[in-house]
Design a protein around this ligand. Sequence first.
Ligand code: CP3
Length: 349
Amino acid sequence: MAEQKILLRALAGETQAVPPIWMMRQAGRYLPEYKATRAQAGDFLSLCYNPDLAAEVTLQPIRRYGFDAAILFADILLIPQALGADLWFVTGEGPRLSTLTSQADFDKLGSVDNIHETLNPIYETVKILSRELPSETTLIGFAGAPWTVATYMIAGRGTPDQGPAHALMQENPAVFEALLARITAATIEYLSMQIDAGAEVVKIFDSWAGSLKGDTFQKYALEPCRQIAAALKERHPDVPIIGFPREAGEKYVGFAKATGVDCVALDNSVDPEWAAAHVQVDGCVQGNLASRHMVTGGQELVDDTRRIVRAFGKGAHIFNLGHGITPDADPDNVQLMIDTVRETVAAAE
Ligand code: CP3
């Protein structure tokens, strides 16, 4: 059997001299080659649904930097669209969707059985990538977590405090919970199809988990993630899962055990030494360099990168940012980050 890819070894819990490296949003507007392919596609959604071009932008950061993982190019909001919500992107502002605030709105959603009609091009992208990626690169599929996806479906857009979703949770818990259940069921089928098409790892992005306080975190972040992980593990026991309950703070502790995910991705608000002691004790962690370093670079980037590599160096770790790279990032700073990770390890030996 070929030696296992280094990202898969980290996910299996192995401590490695050099941690595998990839970056959230590594295919994106900070890269001139991404902007060129996006212009060719027309707009962002046309790019997502064009398998050849989506595969091309997924490969661009692999060619440029040799990352250890490629993440499928798509978006977490394709699930709402596949369930029948209207979706469009306003340049410079972000996503817009039809809003969902009542039983009548919920009743208009399509069934989980029909999502693949919309999502088939995404599975096609995965198939192309599993043929074309270098043999050492791991292919990561993904979906949004039900709570995060619901926040966009309810408000019809991104919101700073997820206010409309919290309001529906209070005022109409039956509709709110039915919506979460529908997204959860759709996500299981979507990720399962990505795995059948060739995804070797899947990641669940709960970008707004941090706004769930008290027992709502348990009910609406942890529990849906546990259900998705349990269903996927039954069908695909060997496929590792990364959970990302962003801004969970102290609730990162025990999250992997409680949900069954193999790795927890950490945002940059948690201290790496604290996370090594309290989260990494349960297995692999991913993160947690601040994305702003990709804009500002310099000695601070080097110092923070070294600190993270050293803090997590005694256990299983995947080096990554704490959130996505931003369009104003400098591609040279990404190379500086990669070089620093490798040099830090070499210096420690
Ligand atoms: O990481 C990757 O390279 C894979 C592709 C990927 C995208 N979005 C492409 C994208 C992934 C994994 C996502 C996840 C995603 N999408 C999340 C969760 C992670 C996070 O950032 O918190 C969320 C909340 C979304 C929803 C979304 N998509 C928003 C709010 C926006 C607009 C904000 C922005 O950055 O413009 C998008 C658009 C989007 N998704 C872009 C990309 C490359 C930019 C679109 C463009 O090219 O104009």
